[in-house]
Ligand binder design. Structure first.
Ligand SMILES: [Zn+2]
Length: 91
């Protein structure tokens, strides 16, 4: 059966490329989370102010508490694991 042998090698190669791509994307995202832990708030576009529709008055954005920045989810996960690690380390 030469056809089965021919398809076995490319499938394993495709899986390896897929795994390497996922690993590279994950490591890249974690590097971005490490270097730049905060991103611009999507709701207020980084201004920290929201304009009310009815009164047209500006008020602080509730999502970012008026800072205009929001912590990336990956950085929150890194902080959680760091805190978990520090709690488990005997001093
Ligand atoms: Zn905001």
């Amino acid at each position: 059966m030469p056809s089965l042998a021919a398809t076995a090698t490319p499938a394993a190669g495709t899986a390896a490329v897929l795994l390497l791509t996922l690993a590279a994307l994950t490591l890249g995202y974690l590097a971005v989370c490490w270097v730049r832990p905060f991103r611009r708030c999507r709701r207020c576009h980084g201004t920290g102010r929201r304009r009310s529709l009815i009164l047209r008055a500006g008020r602080a954005c509730r999502r970012c508490d008026g800072t205009g920045e929001h912590m990336r989810p990956g950085r929150a996960a890194l902080n959680y694991f760091r805190e978990l690690h520090d709690k488990g380390t005997p001093r």
